[in-house]
Structure formats: C-alpha cells, structure tokens
Design a protein around this ligand. Structure first.
Ligand SMILES: [Zn+2]
Length: 261
C-alpha cells in the first residue's frame, strides 16, 4: 500500500475481493418523513430546503471521509482505513472535527434559510424545527461495483443504517457506537453521555451520544459556504417554483376545459 494514496486516487480500487476496515457515517435529517408528508402541498419548498441543507453538508465532506450515497433523507459517508491519506491520530481528529461541524453547519444553514424567508407555506414555517442526527459506526465492509457505482455491503453497513432508529431522546446530536469511538476524537465543546441500543439479530450496542453545548465562542461559530449562486438559486426556487407550478396547473386546467368542451 502506498502511504500517499488518497481516497480519490485512481489506485484505490472500486471493488475489492474481501471486506476491509471502514468507518461509516450517516447524517440524517430528524423527522424528514413527517416533514415531507405534512407538507405535501408545499412539496416544492420542502424539496428546495432539503436540497440546500444537504448541499451545505456535502460541501463539508473531505478526506478521509467520502460520499457513498445520498439516500433521500440521509447522506451516507465512509472512510477506508487502508487508504487513509493521513496518520491515524490526525485522521481521528479530522473526522471528529468534521462530524461536529456537520451539526454546526446544519444549524447555521437552517438559520440562514429561515432569515428573510417570509413564505407562510408549511415547509417554510417548519424549517426552523429541522435537526440533524449523525450516526457513526466502525467495522468492515465489502466494496463492490454496480453499474459503475461504488457500493458497500456487510453486517456493519446494515447496523449503521439500523442506528437511524434509536432511543436517543434528542433531535440534534452525534451518536457513535463503541467500535467507532476509538476512530474519532471529538472537540471538547460537545456534551457526552452513554447509551445502549438493542437491535433484532444484532443484539445490544453500546453508544456514545454527543450534544452541542448552547454557548459557543464566536470564532467557533459555523458559517455555511454560501455563494451568490446558492442565494440566487434559493431565492429563485422560493419565489418562482410555486409560481411556475401554478401557471402549469392553470395551463393544464385550460387544456382540460378545452378537451371537456
Ligand atoms: Zn414556502
């Protein structure tokens, strides 16, 4: 193995014949299904908001983590330990800082999108209530190729997804399994506690839960990497999407009337 190999280096094989050690991360919007269902009439704005929030998170993903998939309500990330581009201690710190930043960036983006948004639709009024949970597990995964896409499989991949359903009584938090705890060094500003989850066919899983503390020093405050293009897209989507939809329906309605006549 070449120590200078990075996760995006061509030398990193797309598929491998055997499982390999990985860290798995799922960043999931708490209450996403309820949010999308409750706001069916303002679906265009719900989707616009979710897209903005995920884009903010995806911009924060960097090595040694990489994106496996965006799964509707969650972003699935992985880090391949055998192809880590930095020493283990550094990787632990970098991953820990990234995970904590996901929570901060998400909260900052929710605030940014809420400010100056005077839309009264269900999606926009519920926007400030959206939270993020970040679930982390370490184990083994088999990398395989499906129609040119890199996919991961294995019991640990299943467990990482099962963690989405848990007994944590919070909405905005980080949860690490005992196995992942050794791979992540989190910043000190997070408030830690322990828990246990139980899953069918897997058994009991010890967990570590981290919550952002309320007060943060200003220099640590997260600012999403918002460009003028993002702002333009957001404003255009906010104002034009419902208008275009209404016009489309109006034109469709006229055509239906003509057909009926
Ligand atoms: Zn709206």
């Amino acid at each position: 193995m070449n120590s200078s190999t990075t996760l995006s280096h061509p030398a990193e094989p797309l598929a491998r014949p055997a499982p390999e050690p990985v860290i798995l991360v799922l960043a999931d919007i708490s209450g996403y299904t309820r949010y999308m269902t409750a706001n069916a009439t303002s679906l265009a704005h719900s989707q616009l908001i979710i897209t903005e929030l995920f884009t903010a998170i995806l911009r924060e993903v960097e090595l040694p983590l990489a994106v496996a998939e965006v799964e509707g309500d969650a972003v699935f990330l992985y880090g391949r330990k055998q192809f880590c581009p930095m020493p283990t201690d550094e990787a632990r710190r970098v991953i820990g800082a990234r995970l904590a930043r996901f929570l901060d960036i998400f909260a900052a983006k929710v605030l940014e999108l809420s400010q100056g948004n005077h839309c009264t639709c269900g999606a926009c009024t519920h926007l400030p209530q959206l939270k993020l949970k970040v679930l982390v597990h370490s184990g083994e995964a088999l990398f395989y190729e499906l129609a040119g896409f890199r996919k991961l499989s294995g019991v640990d991949v299943i467990l990482a997804h099962r963690l989405l359903k848990n007994s944590v009584p919070h909405k905005h938090y980080l949860m690490l399994t005992e196995a992942a705890r050794a791979d992540v060094e989190l910043p000190a500003h997070l408030e830690a506690s322990e828990g246990v989850e139980s899953y069918e066919d897997i058994g009991e899983i010890r967990t570590h839960i981290f919550l952002p503390r309320g007060a943060r020093p200003p220099e640590a405050a997260a600012r999403p990497r918002t460009t003028w293009r993002d702002r333009a897209r957001w404003q255009a989507g906010l104002w034009w999407t419902p208008l275009v939809e209404r016009l489309r329906r109006l034109r469709g309605g006229t055509r239906e009337l003509k057909v009926a006549a």
